[in-house]
Design a protein around this ligand. Sequence first.
Ligand code: PLP
Length: 402
Amino acid sequence: MTLSQGRSYLAIPGPSVLPDRILAAMQRPSPNIYAGALVDMVAGLWPDLRALAGTAGHVASYICNGHGAWEAVNSNIFSRGDKALVLVTGVFGHGWANTVRGLGIEVQLLEFGGAVAVDPAQVEQALRADPSIKAVLMTHVDTASSVKSDVQAVRAAMDAAGHSALLAVDCVASLGCDEFLMDAWGVDVMLGASQKGLMCPPGMAFVWFNDKARARCLGSNLRTPYWDWTQRANPEEFWHYWFGTAPTAHLYALRESLTMILHEEGLPQVWARHATLAHSIWAAFDAWGQGHPAIHLNVPNPAHRGHSVTAAHLAAPDATRLRQWCEVNAGVTLGIGLGMATAEDPHATGALRVASMGHVNAHMTLGALAVMQAGLSALRIPHGLGALEAATGVIAAHAWQP
Ligand SMILES: *Cc1c(COP(=O)(O)O)cnc(C)c1O
């Protein structure tokens, strides 16, 4: 017997849970893409996309996933032979660096080890040493390690070095989850995708850029007609937005998502909800790890942790056993350990990730934690007690009071 029937919960860090109302919004016949309701609706998306990023700048949208958004940024800001400084706090930093290298751009990596945030002092030093660097690329929250870096501190380091490089930030995992203010934080280019905090299916991505980035990159020779952000951000005709047919069903999903985030719940409340749910997950792991140090969060310093995903370690292969138990017995699918392979544990069976990304509320997170508690007991994995009391205590302390 298993207890997995009922509504399952995909608690992996993307694709995230699709709200029923977003699915429902997509269920419609193909609309006219030349005039009428779709064209009118799309006009209203751009102010909301700017508000989501905290910018008055430009937005270009693409029919692709996050990897495509990397390519979009690369091809718009770089010319062949340029040099990029890539700040790496996990697998996704390396992923972006690889796409940059693949276009013939020189990459200097600054690696921070996958459990701590970017050290701004090292960024300043690297920039002082090389005035030719064209752009600094960083990941706000690296989904593999769950490390969050301080974007404002990196901007301050760039200013302290008196360096003119552009600052480009991957916000795929943090957009609509962790606070992010593009203009206030001095970010020149940022990117996001539809299937994480935005609660939509994979298949749409966004690049925001300011006037400085646009002017600086006018002559970029890697820019092909398809990836060019110029027309997409300021189209003369509707088809320029996506350089071809619009992603019709996704656009209705996006409309619903932006309404939920910006006009119903409100972005500051969305950030606060993610913060509280993440803290409850951290509290549970801290309790499980009491007296059992094999169980611990990947990122020791809470200030360096993102709120949309939490990476954790157990003794190998207990993380894999626990994930399988939770899925088969309780309908909760946890994320695999990504980039956590070691010589002793080549398949990262001692690492897992718990998402708290997008359409997630207290009963989903507490349910996932309770299921994990049951799994730890059923599998006789040694662990500390009091995890559910700790997690529910966080929720009780931060929730609305009548
Ligand atoms: C998910 C993710 C990506 C890649 O997105 P895909 O849609 O899988 O291509 C890139 N960066 C970060 C930080 C992500 O979380």
